[in-house]
Design a protein around this ligand. Sequence first.
Ligand code: 6PG
Length: 243
Amino acid sequence: MENALKAGTVPARDRRVVVSTEALPETAAQRIAQIIEQAVAHHGWATVALAGGSTPRVVYRRLAQDRRLPWQKIEIFFGDERAVPPGDPQSNYRMVRESLLDAVSVPPDHVHRIPAERPDREAVAREYAAQLPDQLDLIILGIGEDGHTASLFPGAPALRERTRKVVAVEGLKAPHQRLTVTPSVITAAANKIVLASGSDKAKAVARALEGPDSPDECPARLARDGIWILDHAAASALPEKPV
Ligand code: 6PG
């Protein structure tokens, strides 16, 4: 089914949203809600993959306050997960549960946790890939200082995966053992939102959006055609006039 939410319909000027640090959670929550509402209006439900990290966490906390969203019609997935139990402080699932799921009424069977704590991560990767839709309505991503996104780190073999949708990886950021979606899941998503805050992300943001780097060198480039919601510090290395 042609998804009317194709990221290409968003004009370039609207794909780089630069706001104050304080306004970033509200701005991002509004754009996420808008995409979810469009997806539900278009095909009755919305499939959303969430990222880990401190920048997404503050956005989830603001999104959790949106009582108008049809939370019963949202399917939650994860772009990556660390190989730790779901109650571990380093678990992306725990962070999403505490900042969002505990406050909204997403049906439990609509929350697709990655059981990355299981010893056989290859089996988990296969099982999780089978749960993913052919095309996510929205994938929310963070970006690391090294340009990583999800748990796709620069130079990782996973960046050259062309068949599987989910793979087990050894990430550069602790905890090192992880599972992550592969590039095709990101590029196929109907909508991508990348969240970045702080001057420590400025170089990576500029490399992802403007630089000559390949996704192998700067994995966040995979979401280059997405909506980037940045605070002024994270956008500070971009040219004055975004293209
Ligand atoms: C993870 C995330 C990762 C994160 C970025 C940004 O599991 O670590 O999925 O991709 O989104 O590292 O994290 P911060 O916003 O905390 O810098």
